[in-house]
Design a protein around this ligand. Structure first.
Ligand code: CAA
Ligand code: NAD
Length: 311
């Protein structure tokens, strides 16, 4: 290759790598554990966020939990300046608007991040209507834990403006963001997602559009195996948690983590993968998990899961 051709190619490559659209207006659909965390970190980075959920009651609880989380952050960040801490909390909260109307919430969004229930049909239905309501430049991303991004994206006409943005719970504390591109994702879209992740202070990693991406493909089978150990009567949840914390250095044991993530979410992930890969023993349904979910014991969010969290 001649020197001049090389120069032109490398200039083109660096242009395509650096081209991105900064995110000023963000719409987050779903204000549960993850959506409220994503809204919080984006608002903390100065972005204007519209947080969407099904009812005003859910939204006011979500704003309450964002406020509590911000107060925990402020306690550290402004250890010697309580007034500064209060101002920080109210400044960040001022960047968060709420809405029960997803279509109007996306009308000026640069980026839409979806964090609703882990169900393909529900996600597709949502995006198919958002596709008609959002301006042409809006990028769509899903925070799905387990569903291939392309399966959701095909419900829209903007496949080049699609990606996965997979955060970890609790979003304000966990430093990682997995960014996923589908074959149709444009370089500009992908770079915009990577830059957006950086603007939130996250470290980004990339992974192909495969179920569970990196972390959940390893973490969810581990959590499932822990429940199977208990089902076989080999050890108790408490001892397994102690073992993994003290013997493997994990910050939480698998049962504490399941309660933290939500047993319903863990079950949705496993059920989805079992349907896709029925022969993989790692994804087989777990009677103990299904029973707890059937009883509405979803973990910390309902006050009981493997453990009781009632105060
Ligand atoms: N908001 C703000 N600050 C928080 C916080 C939150 N939600 N949670 C914890 N903190 C901060 C606070 O500063 C807290 O100090 P205070 O209690 O004084 O406020 C400090 O962290 C320490 O917290 P804790 O004492 O409560 O407990 P800890 O030291 O164990 O840390 C933890 C908490 C960061 C959650 C840690 O236990 C941890 O890393 N756990 C593992 C979490 C994990 O694996 N997440 C991934 C789940 S999988 C997933 O998300 C993907 C999926 O698709 C399912
Ligand atoms: P969650 O149950 O805490 O919250 C989901 C929220 O979405 C609820 O408030 C619900 O009312 C709302 N919702 C449902 N359908 C809606 C719709 N059509 N329009 C608007 N709002 C709607 O769930 P979560 O744990 O925050 O998980 C959300 C997504 O993030 C899922 O795809 C999950 O797999 C993924 N995820 C979860 C975790 C985790 O640790 N829990 C981590 C990473 C990713």
């Amino acid at each position: 290759m001649s020197h001049s051709v090389f120069k032109v190619l490398s200039r083109q490559m660096s242009t395509s790598l650096s081209r991105h659209r900064p995110v000023k207006y963000l719409a987050v659909i779903g204000s549960g554990l993850m959506g409220s965390g994503i809204a919080q970190v984006a608002a903390s980075a100065g972005q204007t966020v519209t947080l969407v959920d099904q009812t005003d009651d859910i939204l006011s609880k979500s704003v309450g939990s964002i406020k509590k989380s911000l107060q925990r952050v402020a306690k550290k960040k402004f250890a010697d300046d309580p007034k500064g801490g209060e101002n920080y909390v109210s400044d960040v909260l001022a960047h968060v608007k709420t809405s029960t109307n997803a279509e109007s919430a996306v009308s000026n969004a640069d980026l839409v991040v979806e964090a609703i229930v882990e169900n393909l049909d529900v996600k597709r239905k949502l995006f198919s209507s958002l596709d008609k309501a959002a301006p042409p430049h809006t990028i769509f991303a899903s925070n799905t834990s387990s569903i291939p991004i392309e399966d959701i994206a095909v419900s829209t006409q903007r496949l080049d403006q699609w990606g996965g943005a997979h955060f970890f719970n609790p979003v304000p504390m966990m430093k990682l963001l997995e960014v996923i591109r589908i074959p149709q994702t444009s370089d500009e879209t992908f770079n915009s997602l990577l830059e957006w992740g950086k603007s939130l202070g996250k470290v980004t990693v990339q992974c192909k559009d495969t179920p569970g991406f990196i972390v959940n493909r390893l973490l969810v089978p581990y959590m499932a195996e822990a429940v199977r150990l208990v089902e076989r009567g080999d050890a108790s949840p408490r001892d397994i948690d102690t073992a993994m914390k003290l013997g493997a250095g994990y910050p939480m044991g698998p049962f504490e983590l399941s309660d933290y993530v939500g047993l319903d979410t863990t079950k949705f992930i496993l059920d989805g993968w079992h349907e896709r890969f029925p022969d993989n023993p790692l994804f087989k349904p777990i009677p103990m998990l299904n029973k707890l979910v059937g009883e509405g014991k979803l973990g910390m969010k309902t006050g009981e899961g493997f453990y009781s969290h009632k105060k």
